[in-house]
Design a protein around this ligand. Structure first.
Ligand code: UDP
Ligand code: MN
Length: 489
């Protein structure tokens, strides 16, 4: 397992200790046993088997109570008889297959899996993962300490093209007011405890697919919202519910699970509905209180959109005596920017930069190794919203000079910040006014010369290295040549 090294204020110190100390950690033997639940819909059989085999190979038998596969009414033939035969022939008796008779979606699918589980802890995985060595013990240990703790592994990257496994940086979960999940850098304060970078990292939200939770607690906390369909939004819903209703959510840096990140999801919903929007609306109406206005101001078309009956979930929130969304924002995600009437006092909207300028860490050209070219503005570097492209490096040209500062911003010619839209992640990055609130303008330099955009969790890549156009775009990090950059003096 290799840990990514960044050019950032703290990682130079902590990465080596993270590397040594995860390996050196020992876990008590009386950990609770786990039921691993894997829902799948039209998954490639090979990917599903990679997931299952990695769990069987890398989990001590005494900790693995069972693996529950939930087939969400897939159409692929090999996921039926062939899968059953394979399990009978080659795999242990610990695997149960449940077949949904109609498509339920991953949210109800996980609830069905959980209802069949009998282990003390539930571990949810996507059907295209590879768990790493010692993945489960750190998760179970945290839950054993406190049954109201929900934990996620670090999600490493499996390339959808090569299926190669590579490490991800340790980041934590956030969201934006479009109710999209995003990654955030971990604040220094989280890394300064005695356990350093191996300690659980408090995370405002979870990415969704991969987490572990005490089974009784999952039930007490209201499982999921069964009115949510197919895909989307459930990860923010359960995250808000955990924190607001007395639980805790952590990322465990010593537990690593690879996941295939696909360029797009290879399925839709049965009637083509936008289930992400439907599900987000439900969660906004149940959990966001007055802050749902933040969502509606971005999506005014949704103000009057129906979202089904939420009375049971509102009732649940009352029954569990959950705190307000304002409490969540103040205490769990104080970094979140709020605009309009609910804006936090003394905080100018969207610009939280005080008079102090962030310290410059490095200054130089952003050099693309494969093409020997440099990243520059397509038009004028002062043009807001302008694209960036590769150009022949010109060593005297200030228009090719980038500043990399302690806020992880990349600023061209002292003017504009390299920015990646969080809501339309298929857009290429653009030059925008520096907003100083992280997220879309945070970049880190990592292993293999990668230039990683924190909130979308992707790497800057040259679209076609042979083309004179020099277009760039964000892509899933795979360490390939089009993704290699160096900031050079
Ligand atoms: N899934 C499912 N039913 C559905 C949609 C998805 O069982 O209707 C499964 C899917 O096979 C995967 C998991 O739910 O194992 C999460 O879906 P996906 O990987 O597509 O989500 P992503 O990782 O892209 O967020
Ligand atoms: Mn997935």
């Amino acid at each position: 397992m290799v840990i990514v090294v960044f050019l950032s204020r703290y990682n130079a110190l902590t990465v080596t200790s993270l590397f040594c100390r995860c390996k050196d950690k020992s876990y008590r033997t009386d950990l609770p046993v786990a039921s691993v639940i894997i829902c799948f819909y039209n998954e490639a059989l090979s990917a599903l088997l990679r997931t299952v085999h990695s769990v069987l190979d890398r989990t001590p038998a005494r900790l693995l109570h069972e693996i529950i596969l939930v087939d969400d009414d897939s159409d692929f033939d090999d996921l039926k008889g062939e899968l059953d035969e394979y399990i009978q022939k080659y795999l242990t008796g610990k695997i149960k297959v449940i077949r949904n008779t109609k498509r339920e979606g991953l949210i109800r699918g996980r609830m069905i899996g959980a209802a069949h589980a009998t282990g003390e802890v539930l571990v949810f995985l996507d059907s295209h993962c590879e768990v790493n060595v010692l993945w489960l013990q750190p998760l179970l240990a945290a839950i054993r300490e406190d049954r109201h703790t929900v934990v996620c592994p670090v999600i490493d990257i499996i390339s959808a093209d090569t299926l190669a496994y590579s490490a991800s940086p340790v980041v934590r979960g956030g969201f934006n007011w479009g109710l999209h999940f995003r990654w955030d850098l971990v604040p220094l304060s989280e890394l300064e405890g005695p356990e350093g970078a191996t300690a659980p990292i408090k995370s405002p939200t979870m990415a969704g697919g991969l987490f572990a939770m005490n089974r009784n607690y999952f039930n007490e906390l209201g499982q999921y919202d069964s009115g949510m369909d197919i895909w989307g939004g459930e990860n923010l819903e359960i995250s808000f519910r955990i924190w607001m209703c007395g639980g805790k959510l952590f990322i465990i840096p010593c537990s690593r699970v690879g996941h295939i990140f696909r360029k797009r999801r290879p399925y839709g919903s049965p009637e083509g509905q936008d289930t992400m929007t439907h599900n987000s609306l439900r969660l906004a109406h149940v959990w966001l209180d007055e802050y749902k206005e933040q969502y509606f101001s971005l999506r005014p078309d949704l103000r009057t959109r129906s979202y089904g009956n939420i009375s049971e979930r509102v009732e649940l929130r009352k029954k569990l005596d959950c705190k307000s969304f304002k409490w969540y924002l103040d205490n769990i995600y104080p970094e979140m920017q709020v605009s309009g009437p609910n804006a936090k006092p003394q905080q100018p909207i969207f610009i939280n930069r005080g008079p102090k300028r962030p310290k410059v860490l490095q200054r130089g050209r952003l050099y693309h190794l494969q093409t020997n070219k440099c990243l520059a503005a397509q038009g004028r570097p002062s043009q807001k919203g302008g694209l960036v492209v590769l150009k022949a490096c010109d060593y005297g040209d200030p228009d090719q000079i980038w500043i990399y500062n302690e806020e992880h911003e990349l600023i061209l010619n002292n003017l504009l910040c390299l920015d990646m839209s969080e809501t339309r992640s298929s857009d290429p990055p653009r030059l925008m006014k520096c907003h100083g609130s992280g997220g879309s303008q945070q970049w880190t330099f990592g292993r293999n010369n990668r230039l990683y955009q924190v909130s979308v969790g992707q790497c800057l890549s040259v679209v076609d290295p042979l083309s004179p156009r020099g277009s760039v775009a964000m892509a899933i990090c795979d360490g390939s040549s089009p993704q290699q950059w160096r900031l050079e003096d």
